[in-house]
Write a protein that binds this ligand. Sequence first.
Ligand SMILES: [Zn+2]
Length: 243
Amino acid sequence: MKSRLAPLFACLLAASCAGPGSSTSNNGRPDEWGHRPGPQGFDTVIIDAGHGGKDPGAVSRATGQKEKDLALDTAKRLQRQLGGRVKTRLMRSDDRFIELDDRASRASGKGGTILVSLHYNSSSSGIRGPETYYWRVDSHGLATRFQRAMAAVSPAESGNRGLVRRRLRLTRNPDIPCVLLELGYLSNAAEAKLCADPAYRDKMAAAIARAILDQQAKGDAGTGPLPRPINAPPSRPTDPAGS
Ligand SMILES: [Zn+2]
């Protein structure tokens, strides 16, 4: 989304999107801190289409497309791709604005549930590629699967920024495993054109769906060591950039 702030973080700031837990797989049980391995065997996925209504998110100069519309379209494609193999709930199913704190609280307190938030990014025109943001230890395996899945579809990666641990309102504040995906940069003309192609969005949605089903079946297996727990307060709109 457009902002006077450092462009790389612009969308994320707009999206600045929740004590220690047990040492066994959490199956998506609510837990404020998320200091535990990732979920396995969860039964519900909340799909959050970023932005909406009065908040368009990023707007592509190349295609004129708005992040809010692409995110909603991708959310519905992901729901279709999951095809009843896991229950799905859309955070929004039309062009409406929902506050980030409301999104976080709507996702919280639900057992057997994970949250995935879908966005398209904006920065200087040379940067492109999908990125994945997580904070909680119990979201690392999912995040790793998502980034691998999107990178396998995308022809370009954003250097070493593909998988990023960052405290955002939708990566820190929900009390269930939660990950925020940036599927591509609308500020890059070539990537904006790719993202404008429904077939490309469908491929991305299919890859993200496979990542979810892999996590559901295998937990964190094959996603590498867990990151260290960090005790930090919930993300607030007033937090400095990148915190
Ligand atoms: Zn966004």
